[in-house]
Design a protein around this ligand. Structure first.
Ligand code: FAD
Ligand code: UDP
Length: 377
């Protein structure tokens, strides 16, 4: 009998498995239906020996020292600050939009104050900023919105930005200085030997048994366990009984080129042209020294592995109904991007998993302690 069945070996499931085993002495069976650890952060050497991210570019960034401290037990880090260029009107320009983006796009020579005036003249007043279109047009105006956001967002999500909650494009700031980093978090680094190696160390514990390529649906009646952590899609757990929650998927096309470099930065976005949204060249992020280079093209799709919850009011309303079912399900904890239907970054999932562990640990007596307590009473 296992104390816990943990479904999903991504950040949510692996952090919980590690905490339950190492801090409480609980016996854990950790499963994933895909044949590898690390969930969507999985990386591996490709046929040419280049380290690639199988599910697209993953850059670790956070402002939370406690999350860095926790993960640092399982990995060293390499310095890396992410920079992205967007191909717009035939030019490669910094995104997030900054002073250089505007000057180079329009052939201007503005300073920061000049860019603030430039944007203020073009920004469209929006009384109630609700959608992903509102966020951008109310900050930079319609032309920059059309060039950088509208096409990319329609490709990525299959709907117009006016139909998506503001939280989606609000992930991307606008800057009137020349800072061209994608993220400004205090900590942005890559696990020195990759994500999968970090996960291998995380779940390497005598009380954790790992079974990969195993679907919960196929084993739930064959394995005995007291409690469960579920990190897959919450609507799937409940047999879609209230209807399907939409998740956006991606098709990844990986390729290796017989030359050392392909593009100037790790990620180039294509908001105006191409069927793919972006091209990633991993060696910029991993620092690997290799005579060849490997790339990934991302083609958004409606069908396939669930990668993104789709933030729209009606989806959030349906999720609330599943959340009520989840809360009424004893002995199952729902954690992570798919099980709580939240567009979370990796650090947010680690934070959610650590917070869930704290709640579990305060609600359930640790092994032996319950008996000791009652003996003492
Ligand atoms: P997942 O990694 O999805 O893990 C859930 C696991 O559960 C999966 O492996 C799945 O196979 C398994 N599972 C589901 N159902 C079952 C079942 N029935 N039985 C068995 N197993 C099951 N975050 C960042 O911080 N920085 C980035 O740069 C970044 N880039 C990203 C790029 C892309 C293309 C994508 C898609 C995401 C990116 N993210 C990034 C987000 C990051 O991937 C997630 O925050 C994180 O991986 C979520 O972890 P999780 O454990 O919640 O989910
Ligand atoms: N976005 C865009 N153009 C860009 C970059 C981002 O329109 O060049 C929008 C798009 O809707 C995207 C969202 O901003 O889905 C969030 O971008 P992010 O890079 O955070 O997406 P992720 O890495 O999570 O796919």
């Amino acid at each position: 009998m296992y104390d816990w069945l943990v479904v999903g070996a991504g950040f949510a499931g692996s952090v919980l498995a590690e905490r339950l085993a190492s801090q409480r002495g609980d016996r854990v069976l950790l499963i994933d239906r895909r044949p590898h650890l690390a969930g969507n952060a999985h990386d591996r050497l490709d046929a040419a020996g280049v380290l690639i991210h199988v599910y697209g570019p993953h850059i670790f960034h956070t402002n939370a020292g406690a999350i860095v401290d926790y993960l640092s037990s399982f990995t060293d880090w390499r310095d890396y600050e992410h920079r992205v260029l967007a191909q717009v009107d035939g030019k490669l320009l910094p995104i997030p939009i900054n002073l250089d983006t505007v000057n180079r796009l329009y052939g201007l020579d503005l300073d920061s104050a000049g860019m603030e005036r430039f944007l203020a003249e073009r920004a469209e007043p929006v009384d109630d900023i609700r959608t992903s279109e509102d966020v951008v047009v109310s900050t930079v105006g319609r032309d920059l919105y059309e060039k950088f956001f509208r096409g990319y967002t329609r490709k990525q999500w299959g709907v117009d930005p006016s139909e998506l909650s503001r939280t989606v494009t609000a992930r991307i700031p606008t800057r009137t200085n020349r800072d061209d980093r994608y993220f400004t978090d205090s900590f942005q680094k890559m696990p020195a030997e990759g994500y999968t190696r970090m996960f291998e160390r995380m779940v390497d514990h005598p009380l954790i048994e790992t079974a990969l390529g195993v679907d919960y649906a196929d084993i739930k009646d064959q394995v005995s366990f007291r409690r469960m952590v579920f990190t897959g899609p919450v609507d799937e757990f409940f047999g879609h009984r209230l209807g399907r929650l939409p998740y956006r998927s991606l098709r990844f096309q990986h390729e290796t080129l017989d030359k050392p470099w392909h593009q100037p930065v790790a990620v180039v976005n294509y908001p105006q042209t191409e069927e793919y949204t972006r091209v990633t060249e991993y060696k910029h992020m991993t620092g690997q020294d290799h005579p060849k280079t490997s790339l990934t093209y991302e083609y958004p799709t409606a069908e396939g592995d669930p990668f993104y919850p789709v933030p729209r009011p009606e989806n959030e309303a349906l999720y609330k109904q599943y959340q009520a079912l989840a809360r009424a399900t004893p002995d199952v904890w729902f954690v992570g991007r798919l099980a709580t239907y939240r567009y979370y970054n990796m650090d947010q999932v680690v934070g959610q998993a650590l917070a869930t562990f704290a709640r579990i640990d305060s609600a359930l007596p640790r092994k032996g302690t319950g008996a000791m307590k009652s003996a003492a009473e």
